[in-house]
Design a protein around this ligand. Sequence first.
Ligand SMILES: *[C@@H]1O[C@H](CO)[C@@H](O)[C@H](O)[C@H]1NC(C)=O
Ligand SMILES: *[C@@H]1O[C@H](CO)[C@@H](O)[C@H](O)[C@H]1NC(C)=O
Ligand SMILES: *[C@@H]1O[C@H](CO)[C@@H](O)[C@H](O)[C@H]1NC(C)=O
Ligand SMILES: *[C@@H]1O[C@H](CO)[C@@H](O)[C@H](O)[C@H]1NC(C)=O
Ligand SMILES: *[C@@H]1O[C@H](CO)[C@@H](O)[C@H](O)[C@H]1NC(C)=O
Ligand SMILES: *[C@@H]1O[C@H](CO)[C@@H](O)[C@H](O)[C@H]1NC(C)=O
Ligand SMILES: *[C@@H]1O[C@H](CO)[C@@H](O)[C@H](O)[C@H]1NC(C)=O
Length: 360
Amino acid sequence: MEAKTKSCVVLPFLLLVAIFMQQCVHGESQVPCLFVFGDSLSDNGNNNNLPSTTKSNYKPYGIDFPTGPTGRFTNGQTSIDLIAQLLGFENFIPPFANTSGSDTLKGVNYASGAAGILPESGTHMGANINLRVQMLNHLFMYSTIAIKLGGFVKAKQYLNKCLYYVNIGSNDYINNYFLPQFYLTSRIYTPDQYANILIAQLSQYMQTLHDEVGARKFVLVGMGLIGCTPNAISTHNTNGSCVEEMNNATFMFNAKLKSKVDQFNNKFSADSKFIFINSTSGGLDSSLGFTVANASCCPSLGTNGLCIPNQTPCQNRTTYVFWDQFHPTEAVNRIIAINSYNGSNPALTYPMDIKHLVGF
Ligand SMILES: *[C@@H]1O[C@H](CO)[C@@H](O)[C@H](O)[C@H]1NC(C)=O
Ligand SMILES: *[C@@H]1O[C@H](CO)[C@@H](O)[C@H](O)[C@H]1NC(C)=O
Ligand SMILES: *[C@@H]1O[C@H](CO)[C@@H](O)[C@H](O)[C@H]1NC(C)=O
Ligand SMILES: *[C@@H]1O[C@H](CO)[C@@H](O)[C@H](O)[C@H]1NC(C)=O
Ligand SMILES: *[C@@H]1O[C@H](CO)[C@@H](O)[C@H](O)[C@H]1NC(C)=O
Ligand SMILES: *[C@@H]1O[C@H](CO)[C@@H](O)[C@H](O)[C@H]1NC(C)=O
Ligand SMILES: *[C@@H]1O[C@H](CO)[C@@H](O)[C@H](O)[C@H]1NC(C)=O
């Protein structure tokens, strides 16, 4: 507020009008800033210029997005896009790969398709920005924020108020543990040991965000049912049922993540708040209009499970759960976003929803 008022005063009249129209007319967002860490479920363009086959900046991706294909792995908006709108953000949070023309004080999205918690996850498909590098990218942003605000102490105080949204882990399974032809992890670790390694690494990063940059409000998103994607079903089960071994990995990871949230809330009690979001939501059934859960909206898919360029997707995208072999449609993302923000189902947010976290 202070900075904004000040800049309004010193700027020439025409610029002032422009800024007023851009910022002052609209309501404030419920948190001043939102930082996003994760994989293709949240990526909004960070992979576009990477040497990788995990990209989506081509049609029909973005067919329902205002500006067409952007590098989002869905037909329209991602769940974090929609959560940002529920939080009152007027503009999309920019991808780290292109922050030009954006106000990075409002947040940055570091998420990268195929990325995991472990650096090797997903690398058989080319480069990705793993969670460690996403952390380093945020440390870089931290220093640019310190320059803007006049020092690291001020930067930390500012980042105290921001929301840190972390949605990652599926690629450590889909593109690591369950691909024994490329990765050794399933020969070295039991599922229990592996989940412990992932959660330990993830919590070390959360501790770093807390200690080094002053992060205080954390949203940790659990894994979805990776055994129920059209890809898992088509490559494992001819009878069309979900792959139990993969869903068991989800349950194990989520249970450990949830108890880590408890540990963090006890450890940092008054100073920080962590929440867990359970995205294994059932209920995407015909009562909500989803009639197709076992096939993707794109009829033709590459070997990587992504839509083949320039094809015509299904007409009625609000009735499909899956856009391609892995990623939900915008219609599903909208339900996830409302559940995450509003806690309409108490089984799905723990110990509170995003709406209550922001007021903390
Ligand atoms: C970068 O972002 C700006 C502002 O959103 C946009 O106008 C521009 O097209 C983007 N550039 C690339 C290369 O995507
Ligand atoms: C489907 O196939 C899998 C593996 O072949 C098997 O484990 C599962 O029990 C089958 N489910 C049903 C409902 O037949
Ligand atoms: C998808 O489910 C429908 C019924 O809901 C079934 O008729 C169809 O055979 C299933 N398709 C596949 C590929 O399993
Ligand atoms: C999945 O977990 C359940 C419950 O722990 C267990 O009974 C089942 O055998 C597991 N299935 C597989 C394929 O690991
Ligand atoms: C997530 O929600 C499902 C469905 O309500 C529930 O069965 C499961 O126990 C929840 N998972 C966690 C880790 O709380
Ligand atoms: C699309 O799906 C909705 C909800 O199931 C349904 O009401 C509508 O008739 C469908 N439209 C088409 C063109 O299939
Ligand atoms: C959140 O829930 C409240 C009541 O539980 C409801 O009035 C409100 O419309 C909901 N908001 C959204 C974005 O769904």
